[in-house]
Design a protein around this ligand. Sequence first.
Ligand SMILES: NC(=O)c1ccc[n+]([C@@H]2O[C@H](COP(=O)([O-])OP(=O)(O)OC[C@H]3O[C@@H](n4cnc5c(N)ncnc54)[C@H](O)[C@@H]3O)[C@@H](O)[C@H]2O)c1
Length: 336
Amino acid sequence: MHTITLIKGDGIGPSIMDEAVKVINATGVKIEWEEAYAGLSAFEKFGTPLPEETMASFDKTRVAFKGPLTTVVGSGFRSINVALRQQYDLYANVRPAKSWAGIKTRYEDVDIVIVRENTEGLYVGLEHYLSPKKDIAESLAVVTRTASERIVEYAFQYARDNNRKKVTVCHKANILKFSQGLFLDVAREVAARYPDIAFDEKIVDAACMHMVMKPEQFDVVVTTNMFGDILSDLTAGLVGGLGLIPGANIGADAALFEAVHGSAPDIAGKNLANPIAVIMAGAMMLSHIGEVEAAEKVIKAVEKVVNEGIYVTPDLNPDSKYGTIEMGNAIAAAVE
Ligand SMILES: NC(=O)c1ccc[n+]([C@@H]2O[C@H](COP(=O)([O-])OP(=O)(O)OC[C@H]3O[C@@H](n4cnc5c(N)ncnc54)[C@H](O)[C@@H]3O)[C@@H](O)[C@H]2O)c1
């Protein structure tokens, strides 16, 4: 029996997470779901977007499955997602984007995994105004050798474990010679320890162009926090959109699985939200807890339903009469 902290989240969160839990339970893996709250729903219930009860659950289970959270403006937290990543040192953000046979896009052969440094860079929160008039602002990017080394190591080890051939480091060391220069230097050092994996370097702006023109030249991509944030939305666009991309936040002794997209208030409560991203995040979580066979079952079931194109949400097929619940039911049935 596994115990997992379940945070359904806000907006479309509860509806897509209910479908994801249904699909995971259909694999037969025994999971005790410990429900906890974060984001707007927690703020309304407990007066804080990150209650102690939620942290206590995650402290114990060390695995969380989380729906998207609406950012609560003026709550004292910049972002609950960033707070959780920093608190549990979830340093590796892994975001795979793969073409689907049943989803028409410009390319058929995209298979890119973005490995994003998740704890530092420009997202450390060191920002302020430099003048009383607030007409000059400064944001600091922090890059450390330790964090750079562990994320690049993670990317190479991921490539080796998942039978992937190449790691590309995306950087801006030509301009940001210190922070990005350090990241690139460390990437080169780590790459030398993995002679079995090809290594490539790309300046991030050129990488964006290459990714939209020739995505097949990318395999695993490792990069700093903000570039990873941007590049992973770019790769989402290459394979059919944000509703499809899962994300794993991995630390040394804790992990959190979620979709890349947000709480989509514009479509909440309408049975329109695509549950694929959280279901695929659930598959990543099953692998993480050692239930590899169940993870494969989930992926195959999702592929079947998406590629048949019948029980899918309207973002995948505008003529579809079906929505979130019907898609979840079809995937759960395919798992069984
Ligand atoms: N990991 C997270 O918890 C996370 C990530 C991003 C944004 N957010 C928060 O979510 C809220 C809304 O943000 P936003 O509108 O900028 O981004 P969003 O990702 O919620 O939505 C962007 C667009 O994509 C669509 N979309 C998103 N997920 C979809 C799905 N599963 N199926 C179909 N369509 C989908 C939405 O309808 C919207 O048109 C904000 O409060 C933001 O801070 C949270």
